[in-house]
Design a protein around this ligand. Sequence first.
Ligand code: CP
Length: 402
Amino acid sequence: MDLSAFQWQLDRPIRMKTAEFQKEDRLTHCIFAAQLTRPLLDKLCFIAELIRVLSRTKEGSNKLRELLSHKRAMLYFTQPSTRTFLSFMAACQILGITCNDVRDPSVSSEVKKESPMDSIRMFSSYFDLIIMRSNVSKFAECCAYQMNDLAQNSMRSVPIINGGAGSDEHPTQALLDMYTIERTFQFDHKENSPRSRYMEMRRKYSDLTLGPDNKTYAFCGDLGRGRTVRSLATVLGQYKNVTMCFIAPEDETLQLDPDLRDNLIGKGVNVYELDSLDATVNGKPVLEEADCLYMTRIQKEHDTPELAARYQQLDLSHYKLTLDRVSHMKDYAPILHPFPRDSEEAEIPTDIDNDPRAMYFRQARNGMWARAALLLHIADAVDHLNVLYKEFYGVSAEESLQ
Ligand code: CP
């Protein structure tokens, strides 16, 4: 795909780019994890919580569906996806947005040599929002520039949401990961993580605090090619007193990107790079130290024959969970995974699924609420949600959820 027309925009520092993708405090496009500032994450997590609560009743669901029933969304997913595609579709349905999708460009006019940039502009003629996934790293970013150029020329322009771009960025995965981490460490989930559990855990782990600050996060697997780790680590780097342990096989293609490492260290993160789930940090096993473990699969779809041959020499058993390894983790430490997991390599065997720390299915469901929150924010309709909540419960959302 020829994106050379956008090269001068792509080459700029990230802070110049993010400024172009927002209007005051509201995102106009969601392209980078770096756009998910801490105040915005707090806001989106709160909105997600309101949507979740209102969805519990038929009346609440019906009211939610009125919020954006005048909007239409295009889901342009030319790279395979289960969770991101379906959770965005479900999020649209929750808010009443009508959806359509193109998942296979061979059934679109791209077979007649229409360029993907023209496809995007055509989608913007019919829809109010474009949610997209592509195997081309900078494509979503360039689409956002195209939309901004159109807006500057007083032409129709719609928000672009990046649902995964090459091996580069997956900002909405970072959003749902943070929503899951926030919920877990606030211990305010009545069924699975109640506040009484926090008091119990404090007695056992005296340095445990509420929230994502002051925690050790361990990431394991294909850290070099996994866009979810890059996006989540970028977002977590904003929190206070954070330690990150990156556990990857000894092949530089699978290890932490040096630029990301330098960026995290520059933000004050304590960074450790380890070669096994059984490795130690400051003399203690990393699995005993971790407050949260983020597993990933080896992304074989990016392998060349040469890489595949090289990886054959690696002992991947160091990067797989077992019941024994899980038994060494802190009682409250969530095990996350963006999924899909690899059913053949089994980096998380299914016998771990019933462990209370296994959070990955709830994490995936959280994607629906977090993405609905993002859609509402981008559509500038959060005030309508607050009005709806007060009508429904007779108290403001702030009062109710405090
Ligand atoms: N986590 C994630 O992006 O999953 P999908 O590839 O199934 O969308």
